[in-house]
Design a protein around this ligand. Structure first.
Ligand SMILES: [Zn+2]
Length: 437
């Protein structure tokens, strides 16, 4: 089973199977990449597309450290898909990794096709760091996830290239290594969310359990109209949170009907195929964080209720939906300042009413804190301090001028810009104290 003259290095964190195979090919000194992979898997495979006997790679790695499946979970994009896959389909998928080719679940296969065989992405800063640290660059899994176009770690635009099957390259061997920083919050957020989902290794779940968790949450947040989940309202709130370009990437083309349709299918468990991207959007809209969603999913899987009774009183402190509303409040506070509540009333009515009912004192405290160190106030105080000092200097100089007119020569006027013990420092000290308290 195990072929001689094949040396596979231990995978680096987040390294893809594709990357590991290229490294193994180079280390082992074989002449042909296709033949090399055929020796391992009994079929040519570059470790990206749907393949057979992927677990065979386990024979070449330290068996005491990891099983074949654990290696594959760490080097494939499988953990990104599994959380939204029925247990039976996930089991069949796992069998296929082991060489089982009889079962052919259409959904899993289509998802695999979507996630593999596409151009590859790399971050030039990650490339430089890896070359310096281990002497080779890596194709990282988290850079290859759907719709990810930014490095989650460096906020650098990923460079997209086409890989050749027969003679694959490592990222540092491509000519373009220019780092272009990204300032788009939506893109950076997406890269981080996709990576979080990939690394969390959540187990498979039934569509009916996911539906229960989504529905209970939506009802608890008040997204209900005529007794039904109001997908339109969820889509409407979601739309305000991210760039249009992100929706266009994730949803194909973008309009609210389309987004509402996606939300409806996810929340009602009627999705076709496995589409983690749609879940990432809906989880953010309803839970604000992935952990909360999966925690409730585990509760439902173990027979517990996902959340308390819907609509019967939004409870306040214990209500984790607070996370979503507080997050919206804080973000809008940063943008709108003291007008935040008027703005929320206009743009985020659900959050506005939630804050009024549950966190009015908290919101007032946040607004007050903002007022004490807002940029406008800093600027006003700084200008006032400079003006005062200018006035003092002019007064002093005029007194000196009077003296010099009596005596001999005049003195140059010196206006201190940033003095030592000024009121500015006093102000910043105060602001620091407020921020830390
Ligand atoms: Zn990077």
């Amino acid at each position: 089973m195990k072929q001689p003259h094949i040396h596979v290095p231990q995978p680096e964190p987040d390294e893809s199977l594709h990357s590991l195979l290229i490294a193994a090919f180079r280390f082992s000194g074989h002449a042909n990449f296709r033949d090399f992979t055929e020796l391992i898997f009994r079929r040519p495979s570059d470790g990206r597309g749907w393949s057979w006997r992927y677990k065979s790679i386990g024979y070449y790695l330290d068996p005491c450290r990891k099983t074949g499946l654990a290696i594959l979970q760490g080097t494939l994009q499988l953990p990104y898909l599994v959380p939204f896959t029925d247990p039976e389909v996930a089991r069949q998928g796992e069998n296929r990794l082991d060489g089982e080719t009889r079962t052919d679940p259409v959904a899993l296969r289509s998802a695999w096709k979507a996630n593999n065989g596409r151009p590859l992405n790399y971050c030039p800063i990650c490339v430089a760091l890896h070359v310096r640290r281990i002497g080779r660059s890596l194709w990282l899994r988290s850079h290859q996830l759907h719709h990810v176009n930014v490095c989650w770690r460096h906020a650098v635009r990923l460079i997209r290239v086409q890989q050749r099957f027969g003679s694959p390259l490592l990222p540092h061997e491509f000519e373009n290594q220019k780092a272009e920083y990204c300032f788009n919050k939506s893109d950076i957020w997406w890269a981080q969310q996709a990576r979080e989902l990939l690394l969390a290794n959540h187990g498979p779940s039934l569509a009916e359990h996911r539906r229960e968790v989504y529905r209970n949450r939506a009802m608890r947040l008040g997204y209900v109209k005529s007794g039904r989940i109001d997908a339109w309202a969820i889509a409407s709130d979601l739309e305000k949170r991210f760039d249009r370009a992100l929706f266009e990437r994730v949803c194909g083309s973008f309009n609210r009907e389309r987004l509402a349709g996606i939300v409806h299918r996810v929340v009602s468990g009627q999705e076709s195929g496995i589409q983690p991207s749609n879940h990432i959007l809906c989880i953010d809209a309803l839970f604000g964080e992935q952990n909360l969603f999966f925690q409730q999913l585990r509760n439902v899987q173990s027979g517990q209720k996902s959340e308390g009774q819907p609509l019967s009183g939004v409870s306040g402190r214990q209500d984790r939906s607070a996370l979503v509303h507080r997050e919206i409040f804080m973000r809008e506070l940063g943008e709108k300042g003291r007008d935040v509540m008027r703005h929320l009333d206009d743009q985020f009515p659900l959050t506005h009413s939630w804050i009024l009912q549950n966190a009015l004192a908290w919101s007032r405290r946040k607004i007050a804190q903002l007022g004490s160190h807002s940029p406008e106030r800093v600027s006003i105080l700084r200008t006032a301090a400079l003006g005062k000092r200018f006035e003092e200097t002019v007064n002093r100089n005029s007194r000196i001028g009077v003296l010099s007119a009596i005596g001999s020569e005049s003195y140059p006027v010196v206006i201190p810009i940033y003095g030592g013990d000024t009121s500015e420092h006093g102000f910043y000290g105060l602001a620091d104290g407020l921020i830390s308290s």
